[in-house]
Design a protein around this ligand. Structure first.
Ligand SMILES: [Zn+2]
Length: 480
């Protein structure tokens, strides 16, 4: 049998760090990048006798996430202890949710490989505390623990095993990320680990009803490695089955450098964790009124923003899709459009040159280094004829390297378009004198000669002459 005879089955567990001001069970600051062990207290250090108090905002954010992903919100919920020892968990247990998560039975809609709409089920969303961070010391040996991250609130979104290839996984993750960004529950910065995925993957012969044995790859936080890891792991499992072997249920680690996965440990089952209700925390009871209130105040979701772009601004569905995929890109589109009043041009620049450069640099939209105002200003400069659109492309490139006022950039670089009639006339005459053959050709009816002459004039001015003016003036002169 060959690869084509197998189906890949993928389900995801996504951890998103919530952007609350304080941690989940204490009043320590929830902040990324602070000096190690400066945002800590007896509760998040796991001192015996310290008592946790649930941060109400965490519940609110999780309910928001549940509503935005079409989940049912549980009126009765609770926190459970998940027991395991690891040096990054001083309590020797994580406070999570076992049989009564806050949100269940939702779905989000994505596009499959062929661009068709597909629903991906959300099994549950629950709240839990993050572990501390281990910094493995390369020089002195040993590992150091930073407890600033211990007790940072997380929501874990568990999907159904509904995805069949890496493209669907990428689309699902991008959609979920954009939803959480839009409703402002997480900044979803993958490079800071605040949005990371565990991938459960198995393969089975096409048409089989039973799932194969799955492996889990933990803490993946870049789209590129996720796609590569899925493709590698699916091939690895198919090869083993084809050779008559058996897949072990285990946790595997993806190594980005070698492009392979390695066995880490046997995968635990729920019973291994000895879950039990946390006796230090009260049950969570939510009223209908509380949930309704959150529903009413939910910020605009990507789907409705997309509809607005199509119906009110007249963008194509494809463009609207691309622009709303990232909240940052979409906000930039709206802000820049408000300043320069030219929606179409802003969309064009963002989806062509800006997106191309992001791709080349392997950057995400939120890493765009310039502001909406700077983009709007560049577009206005083109509209006013100060620069040509080909110079605009250079300005965009410069904005990525050295972001500042586009007007300053073109002044410094000497990129101002020549629109002065006298200067243009001078160039036109110079080119006409230097190319008598082309002048004759044009007069003999060969229109192509005009293009050549304009091209020569552009070369002469290093691309700075206003092309419309050049064209017009050549025609005038040639008629004489
Ligand atoms: Zn604390």
């Amino acid at each position: 049998m060959s690869k084509e005879d197998y189906e890949i089955v993928i389900g995801l567990e996504v951890h998103a760090e919530l952007s609350t001001k304080t941690k989940i069970f204490c009043s320590c600051k929830n902040e990324f990048g602070a000096e190690p062990n400066t945002h800590i207290c007896p509760v998040c250090m796991g001192m015996p006798g310290a008592l946790p108090v649930l941060n109400e905002k965490v519940v609110e954010y999780a309910v928001k996430a549940g509503i935005a992903t079409n989940c049912e919100i549980s009126r009765n919920s609770k926190n459970d202890r998940k027991n395991y020892f690891y040096p990054d968990t001083p309590k020797a247990y994580q406070i999570s949710q076992f049989d009564k998560p806050l949100c269940e039975n939702g779905y989000i809609e994505i596009e499959d490989e062929n661009g068709e709409k597909k629903k991906i089920g959300i099994t549950r969303i629950h709240i839990e505390d993050d572990a501390a961070k281990l910094n493995h010391n390369e020089f002195g040996g040993g590992s150091l623990v930073d407890l600033n991250r211990a007790g940072v609130p997380l929501i874990e979104t568990v999907s159904e095993p509904d995805m069949r290839n890496s493209k669907e996984v990428e689309n699902y993750l991008r959609k979920l990320k954009s939803i959480y960004e839009y409703i402002e529950v997480s900044d979803c910065k993958m490079q800071e680990g605040s949005f990371r995925a565990d991938i459960n993957l198995s393969v089975r012969k096409k048409g089989a009803k039973e799932f194969g044995t799955r492996t889990e790859m933990k803490n993946m936080s870049s789209f590129r490695s996720i796609v590569r890891a899925i493709e590698y792991e699916a091939d690895r499992q198919i090869d083993i089955i084809e050779e008559g072997g058996k897949i072990e249920q285990e946790t595997r680690r993806w190594d980005d450098v070698s492009g392979k996965t390695f066995s880490m440990r046997d995968k635990e089952d729920a019973q291994d964790y000895r879950y039990f209700p946390d006796p230090d925390l009260m049950a969570i009871r939510l009223s209908d009124e509380y949930i309704e209130n959150i529903k009413k105040n939910l910020p605009e979701l990507p789907e409705s923003r997309k509809a607005r772009y199509i119906n009110e601004i007249g963008l194509s569905e494809k463009d609207a899709n691309l622009l709303t995929a990232s909240k940052h890109l979409s906000n930039m589109f709206e802000e820049a459009s408000n300043i320069c009043k030219n929606h179409k041009q802003v969309a064009n620049w963002l989806l062509s040159d800006v997106s191309r450069i992001l791709n080349e640099k392997e950057m995400e939209a939120e890493e765009i280094p310039f502001t909406a105002e700077e983009l709007a200003k560049m577009i206005t400069l083109i509209e006013k004829g100060t620069i040509s659109s080909s110079l605009g492309k250079k300005v965009i490139e410069e904005l990525f390297e050295n972001p500042k006022d586009p007007e300053e950039i073109i002044k410094e670089k000497g990129w101002i378009q020549i629109s002065d009639e006298g200067a243009i006339k001078e160039v036109v005459q110079k080119i006409l004198q230097a190319n008598p053959q082309s002048v004759e050709d044009y007069k003999a009816g060969k229109d192509r000669a005009l293009g050549f002459l304009v091209g020569q004039a552009m070369k002469e001015t290093k691309g700075k002459a206003n092309p419309q003016m050049l064209n017009k003036m050549f025609i005038e002169e040639l008629k004489k």
